[in-house]
Design a protein around this ligand. Structure first.
Ligand code: TEU
Ligand code: CA
Length: 557
């Protein structure tokens, strides 16, 4: 397997709106990010993935782009971006941009033109269809953000497709002019010196020409069979690779909801000339009770099975991305760990060890390295995310579910859990802003913040810092093969990594119970690389405390 910088990198995701506000307007911005680069350098990460910073009306917080080559007003100017890029490179940090090209904003000039008339030269940049009959959309597909996936446009008496919000019309990738314009824009950013792209819902860019009704689950039909992993998706990605990606030393990661390991070996295969890696979602989806919404904790055996399958089925064929959370997911320690005060730090460290010792490139979402938690939402007015606001209306506002049934589900999974401001210190608004933040700061910021944790060697922050440093020292963490042990255990996640003469044993207690563990013969007496609690692992039998995790390392003689 050939060595590359992105296989050995740790990537840190910044959600700019909530990372650091430099001008007191309550919204994070580029100068704010630049002011915090030394913090990221100290943590030890290699790459920053910036969620979208392009001009946008912010219907979906920047994932609705109205100008791909201009910076969002609230985030600053292109000069601010150029300064951020230059300063990051000076400090040895790379910058990966978030490329959102499945759709644009409805305020993008292409769409403004497209909707003017059926003859407009931009008409076929988007996906327009006649209604089934008067006031009926072309089919029953539902949008990810609630309601129909079709919006009626009376100027031309037709409907346009939007798999997300009605202000995010889907681009028609079958149109070579669309592809040409997108590839030119990507080249423009690469020539500025950026270091790669995270590609938003890139598995959805090719749709079938036939658009029949989908299987109904809930209120609308499923667009999946017609819009995900469509007929030309690999052709378009290979064209993108040939015309743009292959010309630069950059990293690419595709966001591919619905991807399987088999498909991933095509999207991110060592020699398929598409992408370097993909985000799979099998370990963070499928737990829903009402659509994606649930108040249930995921099952450990299901989690182990899913992650182990991805470890084994990609090994030697494609590259894994590793993540517990991002700007769309609830906070890792609240979802997979235990955010009660007596267990929050230990379980956050356990999750970090469990993920970072696996094969693949680990992604850290802003604040995860502090053990930041979900937010204590009190009412729907606390939400800012279009997905949560629409879902509450669709499930409760409509009377389908009583508030007390749905509320625990939406508050546990709302994307806004990940979007509350980064907690920098224990001053007002956690040091994020001197103004009023666009979304409330988590009230636990006096205990959970970067200033406190960078000063405390036993903090979650320093545990992440140590894991990142270990990855630089140990090729086995990057390139070693994976084997799951104790498959049926509901309490312990235990696996080994093997690389030439070296071997790692990773042991994680995912419960708040003391749990017995027997160290395999070959590891008895092996040195402990990292652990989240004070304990000795020299003996055969270990009584693991709640959320205890440790890693033993041996070099076969
Ligand atoms: O997310 C795509 C996507 O699948 C999400 O809608 C995800 O499934 C959902 O949020 C889980 O609750 C990407 C971006 O990451 C997301 O922020 C955008 O809202 C979306 O695309 C549209 O651009
Ligand atoms: Ca600001």
């Amino acid at each position: 397997m050939n060595r590359t910088w992105w296989k050995e990198a740790v990537i840190y995701q910044i959600y700019p709106r909530s990372f650091m506000d430099s001008n007191g307007d309550g919204v994070g911005d580029l100068k704010g990010i630049t002011s915090r680069l030394d913090y990221l350098k100290y943590l030890g990460v290699d790459v920053i993935w910036l969620s979208p910073v392009y001009k946008s009306p912010n219907d979906d917080n920047g994932y609705d782009i109205s100008d791909y080559q201009a910076i969002m007003d609230e985030f600053g100017t292109m000069a601010d971006f150029d300064e951020l890029l230059a300063k990051a490179h000076e400090k040895g940090l790379k910058i990966v941009m978030d490329l959102v090209v499945n759709h644009t904003s409805d305020e993008h000039p292409w769409f403004v033109e497209s909707r003017k008339s059926k003859e407009n030269k931009y008409r076929n940049y988007y996906i327009w269809r006649e209604g089934k009959e008067k006031n009926a959309p072309p089919n029953n597909w539902g949008s990810c953000f609630g309601g129909s996936a079709w919006e009626y446009d009376d100027t031309t008496d037709m409907y346009y497709l939007h798999l997300f919000s009605r202000k995010q019309p889907d681009l028609n990738w079958d149109n070579p002019e669309v592809r040409r314009n997108i590839f030119n824009m990507m080249t423009w950013w690469c020539e500025k010196g950026i270091d790669g792209f995270r590609m938003d819902v890139i598995s959805m860019i090719s749709k079938t020409s036939e658009m029949p009704d989908g299987e109904v689950n809930g209120l609308y039909g499923d667009y999946g069979p017609y819009c995900v992993h469509g007929p030309h998706v690999h052709q378009y990605l290979q064209e993108m690779n040939e015309k743009v990606l292959s010309k630069f030393d950059i990293m690419t990661v595709g966001e591919t909801p619905g991807v399987t390991t088999a498909l991933a070996t095509q999207y991110a295969g060592e020699n398929t000339h598409e992408l370097n890696m993909v985000f799979q979602f099998e370990h963070v989806e499928g737990d829903g009770k009402y659509g994606k919404w649930t108040d249930e904790k995921p099952s450990l055996t299901a989690l182990k099975k899913t992650l182990s399958r991805w470890q084994n089925e990609l090994y030697g064929k494609a590259w894994n991305s590793l993540f517990w959370n991002n700007h769309d997911q609830p906070r890792a320690v609240s979802r997979f760990g235990d955010d009660r005060p007596q267990y929050r730090e230990t379980s956050a460290k356990m999750l970090a060890a469990c993920l970072h010792m696996m094969q693949g490139s680990p992604y850290i979402y802003q604040g995860e390295e502090l053990g930041m938690t979900n937010y204590p939402f009190r009412s729907p007015e606390d939400f800012r995310d279009i997905e949560s606001i629409n879902a509450y209306q669709e499930w409760c506002g409509s009377g389908r579910l009583p508030h007390e049934v749905f509320w625990p589900c939406i508050t546990r999974k709302s994307r806004d859990n990940a979007r509350t401001p980064m907690q920098w210190d224990d001053s007002a608004q956690a040091g994020f802003t001197t103004g009023t933040p666009w979304i409330a700061v988590n009230p636990n910021y006096p205990e959970i913040n970067a200033k406190t944790e960078t000063a405390d060697p036993s903090s979650v922050f320093h545990f992440y810092k140590k894991l990142i440093a270990l990855r630089k020292q140990l090729p086995i963490m990057v390139y070693g093969s994976y084997e799951l042990l104790l498959e049926e255990s509901e309490e312990l996640f235990v696996y080994t990594r093997t690389f030439a003469q070296e071997k790692l044993l990773v042991v994680c207690n995912f419960t708040d119970m003391e749990t017995a563990f027997t160290v395999p013969e070959e590891f008895i007496g092996a040195p402990c690389l990292i652990a989240n609690l004070e304990n000795s692992y020299d003996e055969r039998d270990v009584a693991l405390k709640p959320y205890e995790a440790f890693v033993l390392y041996k070099k076969q003689d």
